[in-house]
Design a protein around this ligand. Structure first.
Ligand code: SAH
Length: 273
């Protein structure tokens, strides 16, 4: 729709082409950097929300969720969490129109927001076989904060660690947009630090999800995994490829590891920046 500006008159040129270079003509109309107040008032009275994401993001998101379902995501808790969180608020405005495509997008500092299908798959793996809601989940690699927001819909407490300060700050700003939309974030704790160390103060965790892949699973993650808990993380294999790894700690404390499909995550790095 045309929206604002439709009442603006076409600009008149002070010079007619034939006059160019001959003499200076008096301007046909004074320049009007500001429109007359009554025009602006008229526009405002007519104003409707701009078409697009603001208006129908719920519909676009529902279609994303239907695609996830068609692609094999079965867990209704995960699907409704993905339906609830407005992914377009976690990416730059210029990329918002791609927010509901199944693609990762740049979030700055060479990092990306994970693909919706990967977020759904990892959380589904983490929840598989559980009936009670998760009490405490640790996420390594907050990035823009999207997955933390989705996790908060399936777990009571989410601790999310990010090693890049600007992204940690960005995630905080993104999450602040949610409560006014009826999505509480009080269960989310953002931590600036090296996620390779996990986050001992809130351990143990029933679920641990890593959004960055290294050559080995840091021992601290396994130490901070509660009995009955599950870790889902990408891991770099000897051939350089990455696979999704699931590690369960059983009630006796024993670890059980399974390797799933190939994935592609940003590298897990140590230290902070
Ligand atoms: N969870 C994000 C994905 C972010 S990409 C989402 O919702 O889409 C992965 C993030 O992991 C990057 O921001 C990167 O900086 C971070 N990262 C890599 N190594 C890390 C580490 N050791 N500790 C904490 N964050 C780490």
């Amino acid at each position: 729709m045309s929206g604002h500006g439709s009442t603006r008159r076409p600009a008149k040129f002070p010079l007619q082409l034939g006059q160019l270079g001959t003499k200076r003509a008096a301007p046909a109309e004074p320049l009007r950097p500001q429109r007359p107040l009554q025009e602006a008032e008229r526009d405002r009275a007519r104003a409707t929300k701009p078409a697009g994401l603001g208006l129908d993001s719920e519909g676009v998101r529902r279609r994303m969720v239907e695609r996830l379902r068609a692609d094999g995501v079965r867990n209704e808790q995960v699907l409704s969490a993905m339906a609830a969180v407005p992914r377009h608020l976690f990416v730059d405005t210029a990329l918002a129109n791609q927010a509901y495509e199944d693609t990762s997008l740049p979030i700055g500092l060479s990092q990306t927001i994970s693909k919706p299908s990967v977020v759904a798959r990892m959380i589904e793996l983490m929840l598989a076989g559980r009936t009670a809601p998760l009490a405490r989940v640790l996420e390594i690699g907050t990035g823009c904060g999207y997955q933390a927001a989705v996790l908060a819909r399936v777990a009571r407490h989410v601790v999310s660690v990010e090693r890049l300060r600007p992204l940690h700050d960005k995630a905080r700003a993104h999450l602040a947009l949610l409560p006014p939309l009826g999505l509480p974030t009080s269960g989310i704790r953002l931590v600036y630090g090296d996620g390779m160390l996990g986050h001992a103060p809130n351990a143990p965790y029933e679920g641990i999800i890593a959004a960055a892949g290294g050559a080995a699973l840091p021992a601290t993650w396994l130490e901070q995994l509660a009995p009955g808990g599950r870790l889902v993380a990408p891991m770099v294999e000897a051939n350089g490829g990455q696979v999704l790894v699931v590690v369960d700690r059983d009630a006796q404390g024993q670890l059980h590891r399974r390797v799933h499909e190939a994935v592609h995550f940003v590298p897990l790095k140590s230290g902070v920046n």
